[in-house]
Design a protein around this ligand. Structure first.
Ligand code: FE2
Length: 129
């Protein structure tokens, strides 16, 4: 079995946990491209001490290769925790991040998001060069 039995998928326009992957511009050989990851683009996800998105992971699978490459893990650590209590703190991380990568072959970007209550969600997009 393993972890794959827990990976959940859906349409991000209907389900608030699905990571949304956006390539800003076009992927070209030898050119760094920006990848935007977010969640709740269709329906906002809560962001409270008790219920929030904890991390994203981003992978790249180049067409024809056996294994994916891990591009990054993006942690969201502050969710309004405070000595005064839950949701009283002055800092919250939004589950929204941009990263810059060089991708030399066409393939697929695969993202995972982790909600501390509702588990692991995944999404993927294909791209050409
Ligand atoms: Fe959730």
């Amino acid at each position: 079995m393993g972890i794959t039995q827990f990976l959940q998928q859906d349409d991000w326009k209907k389900e608030k946990h699905v990571p949304v992957i956006e390539i800003e511009g076009t992927v070209e050989k030898g050119k760094v491209v920006s990848i935007h990851l977010s969640v709740g683009k269709g329906i906002p996800h809560p962001n409270t001490t008790e219920h929030h998105i904890r991390w994203f992971k981003l992978f790249y699978h180049a067409n024809g290769e056996k294994h994916p490459y891990h591009l990054g893990t993006y942690q969201f650590e502050a969710h309004a925790e405070s000595i005064e209590g839950a949701n009283k703190g002055p800092a919250k991380c939004e589950p929204d991040v941009r990263t810059s990568v060089l991708l030399e072959k066409p393939g697929q970007l695969i993202a995972m998001s982790y909600c501390n209550i509702h588990g692991i969600w995944e999404n993927s997009i294909e791209f050409e060069i």
